[in-house]
Design a protein around this ligand. Structure first.
Ligand code: FES
Ligand SMILES: [Fe+2]
Length: 400
């Protein structure tokens, strides 16, 4: 046995099983198909009442991926507005990620400014100092200082700490809930996928680039595009299809989430069972869907973390963060990663996947389709919408 194999981290049993099923499917050439075709009601993409229910339940009560752990260094603050309320995440010297409403307890000013456009990046800081009158908070949310404190007669400073939001980290991701409430366990919420992410090395990755843009399409249309590989052959014919098999993926469900292996063409040539991320990513693109709105896509040498948020029924706020391996950071790698990011973000995602979602959205009010049809190669699209409905009705709740 070689040293590399002897020291490799053991593959989590559920991921090992997925890889085994993937290998068998590639050898047999049999596609994994769902059990039924169906339709997604068109109203689910345009109806304001449906959108409001999603806002109240999915984006209001579920833990949502707010960033990668590497975005928030110790002694920094990162604004996060994608859930429709101003939030700031901090990491104090105890190493814990926390989230608060980004709202001063004096007269409500934002403590950390969000950029007018483009992605928010963390700012190094020892405290949060309100830019209006200078009230100062520790990174754990405690009010530390008020100018002319003696003038606030009868107002107890202990009631003026920042309003904290549930926040936890697992697998290299920071999760936040938009509504104040009891703490939750991000690891429990992931139903074991945190172990998959750790094995793949997500926690060690570093943020390289991030885009944050709004497009005129319902957020579920972009999610749909990442839940089936049926479109790769046509929509991505000139970009990524040369590297991928036609509509060939194997997946598992972990609670409401999914982990999929989308087959690359190399998987149909003889191969050694993959023992690490690099070997696996040569054969397949591991893709995790973290319900309700986040995807991780493992390209051969980097990762896309994508959050799809919903500022309005006909808008998606697309936040794409490129994560690179720790041994490929530094000046000498910048040109390579810039080029790579442009290819995936500006070409494949913006011109192909997002552009399709926008075009579909434009056609929905025509009434040509009362429902969007999905075949057995797209059963995960149907499953996703079913889980959205279950969550809205209260039949599906987050674990942890
Ligand atoms: S609003 Fe923040 S110090 Fe006045
Ligand atoms: Fe696509």
């Amino acid at each position: 046995m070689t040293e590399a194999i002897a020291t490799a981290a053991p593959v989590p049993a559920t991921l090992a099983d997925l890889i085994r099923r993937f290998e068998q499917a590639c050898v047999s050439g049999e596609r994994q198909l769902g059990t039924e075709a169906g339709r997604v009601p068109a109203s689910h993409y345009i109806n304001r009442g449906h959108w409001q229910q999603e806002q109240d339940v999915l984006f209001g009560q579920w833990p949502i991926v707010a960033g990668h752990s590497s975005e928030l260094a110790i002694g920094s603050a990162l604004p996060f507005d994608a859930l429709g309320v101003p939030i700031v995440m901090t990491r104090s010297v105890d190493g814990r990620a926390r989230a608060f409403f980004n709202v001063c307890r004096h007269r409500g000013m934002a403590l950390v400014a969000s950029p007018a456009s483009g992605p928010a990046m963390a700012k190094p800081c020892k405290t949060l100092v309100c830019p209006y009158h200078g009230w100062t908070y520790d990174l754990d949310g405690h009010l530390r200082h008020r100018l002319h404190a003696e003038t606030f007669d009868g107002i107890d400073p202990a009631t003026l700490n920042l309003v904290e939001l549930p926040c936890d980290e697992a697998g290299g991701l920071i999760f936040v809930k938009r509504t104040p409430g009891p703490p939750f366990s991000a690891a429990d919420c992931l139903h074991g996928l945190d172990q998959h992410l750790l094995w793949l090395g997500l926690a060690d990755m570093k943020v390289f680039r991030k885009v944050d843009q709004v497009y005129p399409a319902n957020w579920k249309l972009t999610a749909d595009a990442f839940l089936e590989s049926y479109h790769i052959r046509v929509l991505h014919r000139d970009t990524i299809y040369p590297f991928f098999a036609d509509a060939f993926a194997v997946n598992l469900y972990a609670g409401p989430h999914q982990d999929s292996l989308v087959a690359r063409r190399t998987a149909f040539e003889p191969f050694e069972p993959p023992r690490d991320r690099k070997a696996l990513c040569k054969l397949a693109t591991p893709t995790q869907f973290l319900f309700p709105n986040s995807f991780l896509i493992w390209h051969p040498d980097y990762v896309s973390l994508i959050g799809m948020f919903s500022p309005a029924p006909d808008q998606v706020r697309w936040v794409h963060t490129m994560l690179i391996p720790p041994d490929r950071t530094g000046e000498e790698w910048n040109a390579h990663w810039e080029k790579t990011f442009d290819l995936i973000e500006k070409t494949v995602f913006q011109r192909e996947d997002i552009a399709s979602a926008v075009a579909i959205q434009r056609g929905l009010p025509s009434g040509a389709n009362t429902g969007l049809v999905a075949g057995r190669l797209e059963s995960d699209v149907l499953g996703f919408h079913r889980r959205v409905d279950q969550a809205i009705s209260g039949a599906l709740v987050p674990a942890g």
